[in-house]
Design a protein around this ligand. Structure first.
Ligand SMILES: Cc1ncc(COP(=O)(O)O)c(C=O)c1O
Length: 373
């Protein structure tokens, strides 16, 4: 791969659909760590488990890869207002990049969206509209009508410029593994942009002769909203919408991946990959293991990739020595209410060693080697 000093995704400017470098809107997205998670891998029976830590992106989620390119194009085309409907992460990201571009933003989210995500979008100056309805139906209907009525720049995943930004996963991983190629990349999947765009990136590198093979791509979904998994298992060419149920993985709670589902399916099949769904219990366990054994606080939707890695390893689909990358696509602080702790743990104690010892015993929190054992 060609090297340059720019650590952002824009070091691959030539791969993106922008004509003028002065249109680039960047917050320094890209070059996120790709870490060998030895302790987590040991727990899951995988010697070569890697975590792509996108929780450290500028607004805390993978959406920054796509919106940096999407909003740069909007700037080049002269738009003044960017809009998106979102389960939360895209809202914050569009708002931040619009702010950096000197544009206004309007974002629509369904009721029930985590307050931290709404607050984040507001902090970047967005007009945040919370809609009384579901993401797939009521929000989608109003959003479509509003885009036509007001002529906003549409930052939905159907915006082809946004796909382009997520191709950077493929370029970055090819750079970061010293010439090795992952056997599998597992990606938390909602609309399917990530899977489709990664595959596009790998195909470009293959056609340039810069890599010799591409990884198998895996879509990780929540059982409560798994239309891509269902279509993959049934061998369908397109995705039939489902009614998404409530799930702790709220960022990927999408039942109708309307415009991109079929492209994600094709990418999974062409790469010889697979798709798997996990339940909330498995997702929360994966979130906890990722925090405690790898030191990364990922939101539940992001931890779905680790939960699927565990599931596929148990099923024997992933081998013990396979090089597996789990994309951790959103920060845990996006949805802090997913972490359970008892009120007792937060009750202030007297400032004495005696009280500290009592606290540790009561809450089974180790303070010394003897307590830890
Ligand atoms: C945390 C997180 N992970 C993954 C995704 C995946 O989305 P997509 O399938 O559109 O790439 C999203 C998007 O909503 C998200 O917010």
């Amino acid at each position: 791969m060609r090297q340059s000093r720019d650590p952002s995704i824009w070091r691959w400017f030539d791969f993106f659909p922008l004509t003028d470098r002065s249109s680039i809107v960047t917050l320094g997205e890209g070059s996120t760590p790709l870490l060998h998670a030895a302790r987590l891998g040991e727990k899951l029976g995988m010697a070569n488990l890697y975590l792509k830590n996108d929780t450290v992106l500028p607004t805390g989620s993978l959406k920054d890869r796509s919106n940096s390119v999407g909003i740069s194009v909007a700037k080049e085309l002269g738009f003044k207002i960017a809009a998106v409907m979102s389960t939360g992460n895209a809202a914050a990201s569009v708002a931040a990049y619009a702010a950096a571009a000197g544009m206004k933003s309007v974002v629509m989210v369904p009721k029930g969206t985590a307050p931290s995500k709404i607050i984040q979008a507001r902090a970047y100056g967005a007009t945040v509209v919370v809609i009384d309805g579901s993401f797939d139906y009521e929000v989608a209907k109003l959003y479509k009508a509003a885009i036509q009525e007001f002529g906003w720049y549409d930052c939905l995943s159907s915006n082809p410029y946004r796909d382009e930004g997520k191709k950077s996963y493929a370029y970055e991983m090819a750079d970061q593994l010293d010439g090795r190629m992952p056997d599998w990349v597992i990606h938390p999947t909602a609309g399917g942009t990530g899977i489709f765009a990664m595959w596009k990136g790998y195909r470009e590198l293959l056609s340039l002769g810069w890599i010799e093979r591409a990884p198998k791509l895996v879509a990780a979904q929540s059982e409560a909203a798994a239309p891509i998994v269902a279509a993959f298992e049934k061998g369908l060419a397109d995705v039939a919408p489902v009614v998404a149920r409530a799930t702790v993985a709220e960022s990927i709670q999408v039942g109708n991946p309307a415009s991109l589902g079929w492209r994600a399916l094709a990418a999974i099949r062409e790469s010889n990959g697979t798709a798997a769904a996990v339940n909330d219990e498995e997702i929360l366990e994966a979130q906890s293991l990722t925090g405690r054994l790898a030191g990364i606080f990922a939101e539940p939707a992001a931890a779905a990739s680790v939960a699927v890695a565990k599931k596929l390893r148990v099923a024997g689909i992933l081998g013990p020595d396979d090089l597996v990358v789990c994309n951790l696509t959103g920060h845990g602080l996006k949805q802090p209410e997913a972490i359970q702790f008892s009120e007792r743990e937060c009750t202030p104690i007297a400032p004495t060693l005696k009280a500290l010892r009592e606290y540790a015993t009561k809450n089974q929190r180790p303070l010394s080697r003897s307590l830890a054992n």
